[in-house]
Design a protein around this ligand. Structure first.
Ligand SMILES: [Fe+2]
Ligand SMILES: [Fe+2]
Length: 474
């Protein structure tokens, strides 16, 4: 039985338990380095009870749905040769980034014993988390890919990590968990490009000016063509300066749903490249999700129901309903101080120059979700898709109202520009200088405020908004 088959059966199914046990035994014999084995729960209890910093190693620790099972723990102590060649090493957001992190990477050659080794900056202790093979085939190419979930981290701790395969390893990279409720996040709008040199420049410039950012998001249309693997590689190259250091929060856009013939398809590469937190859905796995960082609860939604309906009649309509029900459950159970949503397509409908028949108003995204954002008291909603930066201020019940959600249309971080296309909306408060060039944003969370700032790639601030805690809003 291969790992991917094994994983797809979700292990929770009792009929695969025997295969699980056999593979576990085989792996434990293969791995001569492991020093002790115990139940995950016992281990975590021991770590917490001991009051010192350790991390658990899970033998089968891909970022997907099997992480709840018991695993083996082993401490690595041996020396390795740093000649392992990998590409697109990345950190992915997990449901609780204070305690866990997903690491993914690609290779040309298949690995025999892939794992992630982490070393505590505080104690020098080193632990190993075995990885899962999550290779996939798309665009007539097989991408060799692995993922591992790092667990039982503690808040406000710093680590080094490296990829290992038997006696071979990469160089060390940094990994840090959040330090309290104050943090900065980088926000990139559509990065789809004809020339990804533009994305490369925006991304590098933004990070160079914000090296204190602890995570970053791309609000969809990450690439122009979701099947074209050369574009995905170009996007990864642009993010290479930081995607190994801080976790990435992916949002799916409509361009992730196009094939090379520009027909609509399922966002296959997007769903494989980014193992995001489980949303509990069998039909819409990885399409929407939520996570905590500091004192903020974030939800990432999927606005591609039209594209999904084109692939499978009616599936997109189910997606809307599934997300509405999920978001209501998800947001109403969080105890975090702030609630923030990312969704690719915008909530407003803009008039278009030269098309007088098109009316100003609200898009189908806005109609479907703005009442829910009101109900759930979402603090900020970030959208993209229209390739223009607009701050619309606070909106409640489809009208300007200071008690409502702040809606930010994030702009563009690539070279697909719609110069002079949009007619200003009555709800626009501020927009980027025209004709519009690229931009990025920061989200700065303090104990009682969130600052949203928009910058040109040269670091010039062009707009800012402040969100106060709900009870402080007038
Ligand atoms: Fe776009
Ligand atoms: Fe789009």
């Amino acid at each position: 039985m291969k790992w991917n088959d094994y994983k797809s059966k979700k292990l929770k199914n009792p009929e695969f338990k025997q295969a699980y046990d056999e593979l576990e035994l085989k792996y434990s014999i293969m791995n001569k380095k492991f020093v002790k084995m115990m139940n995950r729960r016992e281990f975590i209890k021991k770590v917490i009870g001991g009051g010192f910093l350790l991390a658990s190693g899970n033998l089968f620790s891909g970022c997907g749905e099997i992480s709840d099972g018991d695993g083996m723990i082993y401490e690595s102590t041996d020396k390795k040769i740093s000649d392992l060649e990998i590409s697109n090493l990345r950190q992915l957001i997990t449901s609780n980034a204070n305690e866990t992190r997903c690491i993914m990477w690609q290779t040309d050659a298949l690995l025999k014993n892939p794992a992630v080794e982490i070393k505590s900056d505080a104690t020098g202790d080193t632990y190993t988390f075995a990885a899962l093979d999550c290779s996939f085939s798309d665009d007539d190419h097989i991408t060799n890919q692995y993922s591992a979930k790092i667990e039982a981290l503690h808040a406000d701790t710093s680590w080094q990590y490296r990829i290992v395969d038997g006696e071979h390893c990469t160089n060390w990279h940094t990994l840090r968990t959040t330090s309290g409720d104050t943090f900065k996040m980088l926000i990139f709008p559509d990065s789809q490009c004809a020339d990804y040199g533009v994305w490369n420049k925006v991304a590098k410039s933004a990070y160079a000016r914000n090296e204190d950012a602890v995570l970053f998001v791309n609000v969809g249309d990450i690439v122009d063509n979701g099947e074209d693997r050369t574009q995905w590689q170009a996007w990864f190259n642009g993010a290479a300066a930081f995607i190994d250091k801080i976790p990435f929060v992916p949002v799916m856009g409509n361009h992730e749903c196009y094939n090379r013939q520009w027909q609509t398809r399922l966002p296959e590469a997007y769903l494989k490249y980014f193992e995001v937190p489980d949303n509990g859905s069998d039909n819409f796995e990885r399409r929407y999700y939520s996570f905590d960082y500091g004192d903020v609860h974030f939800a990432v939604l999927d606005s591609q129901w039209e594209e999904l309906n084109a692939v499978k009649d009616g599936a997109g309509d189910e997606l809307i309903q599934a997300q509405q029900e999920w978001l209501r459950r998800d947001m109403s159970t969080t105890t975090k101080k702030w609630k923030v949503v990312f969704i690719h397509k915008d909530v407003l409908q803009y008039r278009i120059n030269g098309r007088p028949e098109r009316r100003e108003g609200f898009s189908d995204i806005g109609t479907a979700f703005m009442p829910l954002f009101d109900e759930l008291k979402i603090d900020i909603v970030f959208t993209a898709h229209l390739h223009t930066y607009r701050n619309r201020g606070n909106i409640y019940n489809f009208e300007r109202n200071s008690k409502g959600t702040l809606y930010i249309l994030t702009g563009l971080a690539g070279d697909v520009r719609y110069s002079g296309l949009w007619v200003d909306h009555a709800l626009d408060l501020a927009k980027a200088p025209q004709p519009e060039t690229d931009n990025y944003l920061t989200l700065e969370v303090s104990s009682d405020k969130i600052y949203v700032k928009c910058f040109l790639p040269d670091g010039t601030e062009i707009d800012r908004a402040v969100v106060k805690q709900r009870e402080q809003k007038t």
